[in-house]
Design a protein around this ligand. Structure first.
Ligand code: C2E
Ligand code: CA
Ligand code: CA
Ligand code: CA
Length: 279
């Protein structure tokens, strides 16, 4: 067994070490990314499926490192979350997104709202509500201009405290949505207790529309549940017109995805928003 253990160690350790070295390197680089100006935001439009009107945009982080190149969010967000860096990075995202919305409003770019992803560690900050209020004031954006995207996990952890935070954010006037809906735990119970406005149907269900009976059943269930609870549903990852049609037919009225626009740099997104609004 020992010999086998040693062999396993030899076989797997180099890979493991490489992985943790990479995570280490990413962490080191990421800790300076904000001050070095390596982070930017791209914006992905969200639209009404029936008439194409603009609902808002989702701010999505991009990281361009001088040596590592472009690092995908799927790789660096977990590193930021595990290390706690996500709190300061997320604070930067909130401020940058709100300032972008302010600039767009000043320039007459039609964008009602910007949606920002909020990680667990951010959500659990005791002074989160004060930080959000301060960021809105600094950018001179009314609370209705901001949507915060929470995941089911955020709501599940310490549900009492989470409920209080959700209530306080709603009292402030910001919009709340549950991201990646259907992929987490105990979704149904959470929905009743948390006063969010919107559910984002996870891309994995949308991907299998329109001809997969199980995906259809799940989307039907989510939409029906949302309607009964008075919530909006937004489908993410809509890539094809047929998916958009299937969603609309099933009562989902909002969408986001490559079928409409990819996440775009601010200037390109502004052009897209103006063209879409016919302005
Ligand atoms: P998410 O919040 O679920 O964001 C949607 C992801 O789907 C984005 O990936 C977006 O580029 C991608 N996407 C949009 N439309 C389509 C489509 O039609 N087809 C496909 N295949 N993909 C589509 P991205 O930008 O790589 O971000 C990945 C994840 O990283 C996000 O998933 C979110 O969980 C996290 N993330 C990104 N920015 C932030 C941030 O500022 N803060 C936090 N906490 N997390 C962020
Ligand atoms: Ca999101
Ligand atoms: Ca999502
Ligand atoms: Ca996701």
């Amino acid at each position: 067994a020992k010999a086998q253990g040693r062999r396993c160690w030899r076989v797997f350790a180099p890979g493991l070490r490489r992985r943790s070295e990479r995570a280490h390197a990413l962490h080191r680089a990421l800790s300076r990314a904000v001050e070095r100006g390596e982070l930017t935001l791209h914006y992905q439009p969200q639209v009404w499926l029936d008439h194409g009107g603009i609902v808002g945009v989702e701010a999505l982080l991009r990281w361009q490192h001088p040596e590592l190149g472009a690092v995908a969010p799927a790789e660096f967000i977990p590193v930021a979350e595990d290390s706690g860096l996500i709190v300061s990075i997320g604070e930067w995202v909130l401020q940058a997104a709100l300032h972008q919305l302010r600039r767009w409003r000043d320039e007459g770019v039609p964008c009602p709202r910007v949606a920002v992803n909020l990680s667990m560690a951010q959500f659990r900050q005791p002074d989160l509500v004060a930080r959000v209020r301060a960021a809105l004031q600094a950018a001179d954006v009314p609370p209705q201009g901001l949507e915060l995207e929470l995941t089911e996990g955020v709501l599940l952890h310490d549900a009492e405290a989470a409920q209080a935070t959700v209530r306080a954010l709603r009292a402030l006037g910001v919009h709340l949505s549950i991201d990646d809906f259907g992929t987490g735990y105990s979704s149904l119970a959470q929905l009743r207790r948390f006063a969010v406005q919107r559910i984002k149907i996870d891309r994995s269900f949308v991907a299998d529309l329109p001809h997969d009976a199980e995906a259809e059943a799940i989307v039907d269930l989510i939409v029906m549940l949302a309607q009964r609870l008075g919530l909006e549903t937004l489908a993410e990852g809509v890539e094809q017109p047929q998916q958009a049609q299937a969603l609309l037919a099933r009562g989902c009225r909002l969408a986001q995805g490559y079928a409409f626009a990819r996440p775009l740099p601010a200037a390109e997104c502004a052009r897209w928003l103006r063209a879409q609004a016919g302005a």
